[in-house]
Ligand binder design. Structure first.
Ligand code: PMP
Length: 429
């Protein structure tokens, strides 16, 4: 069925798809349903889902409390031009938990959240330029995906996210290397007077799910404070690092935080939060605001209610339990690799993990980039997992959900060990 659907999709969707991140080997797997930790495809195959819509579904699929709350809402109106109480309730929850969020605005995606955060920083500082870090993904806003290499060596001098991107965008986006303390301050100083914001994912997932070095965060923060540059923590993915989010966990004190994914309970969402003083750029009071912000579906009641229900269930205890599960898995996978002397390391914290086909755990993006041979191993690993009924994202963070138990951890560990033994046998043949 999946192959038939793909052929049908190819006639009306470019490349058959609406996302460029879907594995096409040999065709995408079309999903029919999901329940808890598992999804079922249109051919009736069941998989343990370690993707969870790119880390969105912290409770897995079809979470009953969200389904109930949303079902109740459907017949009483799903969107209004006017505000509803639901957006205040979700904002209150976020503000009560996340230290750097004094006020919040809602949008529909992480891309929009990052876009508005960058605009807010520019409006607040009156400066145009931003710093971001190579390999980190922040969505598809032009200034979040293009840029100029700000370090003397390393990657290409201009980073063009798409053909035809105006070169002028790169003039205002300086791309540095995450965790490269040596080069950080000089590179920042070279652009100091023009920098509105440093955009940083505290645990950049696409770049390798790199753990931030405390000294790196300290130096970066002290530069930002001295220079009047804002720090924007992009926690669209990493808010799930803990009850208070990623910045609080890793000791970063951002001026703005972007959120998304888990705070929508499985529905589209994004949020920009931060210091009340900075958030005033969105305030209109009858006059035109410094940064106009809105959107037809911004703060729609469905996402607000689903998000509130999902987040309320994420109590401090729920975060601890999920993290225990994550620690158990990472320790086990690491031990398996060591036992077989296999070149794998496991990155991640809390409910997130990423398997690297490398002997040492990467600390920078340059370390984490896959060689051709490593990419082949990771493709083989992904295919092997698929054959054992486990969906593992390629080149991105995998995640656990509250729907998982020790039984799912066993299944992942067994698949991993089996892969290592069969792959080692194959390479010895
Ligand atoms: N920022 C980060 C850190 C992300 O991981 C993502 C999505 N993976 C985005 C922004 C963009 O979010 P969305 O896909 O909701 O636009």
């Amino acid at each position: 069925m999946s192959s038939r659907l793909y052929r049908r999709g190819c006639r009306v969707l470019p490349g058959g798809l609406t996302r460029s991140t879907i594995d096409l080997d040999p065709h995408p797997i079309y999903m029919a349903a999901g329940k808890g930790a598992y999804v079922t495809d249109v051919d009736g195959n069941r998989f343990l889902d370690l993707n969870n819509n790119f880390t969105t579904l912290i409770h897995g699929h079809g979470y009953e409390p969200v389904a109930d709350a949303v079902s109740r809402l459907l017949r009483s109106g799903t969107c209004f031009a006017n505000p509803t109480e639901h957006e205040i309730a979700l904002a209150e929850l976020l503000v009560s938990r996340i230290p750097a969020m004094e006020q919040v605005r809602f949008v529909n995606t992480g891309t929009e959240a990052v876009m508005f955060a960058l605009k807010a920083a520019r409006a607040f500082t009156g400066r145009p330029a931003i710093v971001r870090f190579s390999g980190a993904y922040h969505g598809a806003y032009d200034w979040a995906e293009n840029g100029q290499n700000g370090l003397p060596s390393g990657f290409a001098p201009r980073l063009q996210a798409y053909r035809g991107a105006p070169e002028s965008i790169s003039d205002d986006v300086v791309v540095l290397d995450f965790n490269r303390i040596d080069a950080l301050e000089d590179a920042l100083a070279a652009h100091a007077g023009r920098l509105a914001a440093i955009l940083i994912d505290p645990v950049p997932s696409r770049a390798g799910l790199l753990a931030p070095l405390p000294e790196f965060l300290e130096r970066l923060s002290s530069f930002a404070r001295r220079n009047g540059t804002l720090i924007i923590a992009d926690e669209v993915l990493n808010l799930r690092q803990g009850y208070q989010g990623a910045s609080a966990r890793f000791g970063l004190r951002p001026d703005l935080i972007t959120a998304g994914k888990i705070i929508g309970g499985g529905f589209p969402i994004g949020a920009i939060g931060g210091r009340a003083e900075v958030m005033q750029v969105f305030r209109s009071d009858g006059k035109s605001p410094a940064v106009p912000q809105g959107g037809t579906f911004a703060a729609n009641p469905v996402s607000m209610v689903a998000g509130l229900v999902a987040m309320e269930a994420m109590t401090p205890d729920a975060f601890v339990q999920l993290e225990d599960l994550g620690n158990g898995l990472r320790t086990r996978l690491t031990a398996i690799a060591a036992r077989h002397d296999a070149a794998f390391t496991i990155a991640g914290s809390a409910s997130l993990f990423r398997i690297h086909a490398k002997r040492t755990l990467p600390t920078t993006y340059a370390d984490a980039v896959m060689s051709g041979a490593e990419a082949k191993i990771m493709r083989r690993l992904g295919r092997f997992f698929l054959g054992r009924g486990v969906l593992l994202p390629f080149g991105a963070a995998a995640c656990l959900s509250t729907a998982m138990t020790a039984c799912e951890i066993d299944a992942i560990a067994e698949a991993f060990e089996m892969f290592i033994t069969t792959d080692q046998e194959r390479s010895q043949e």
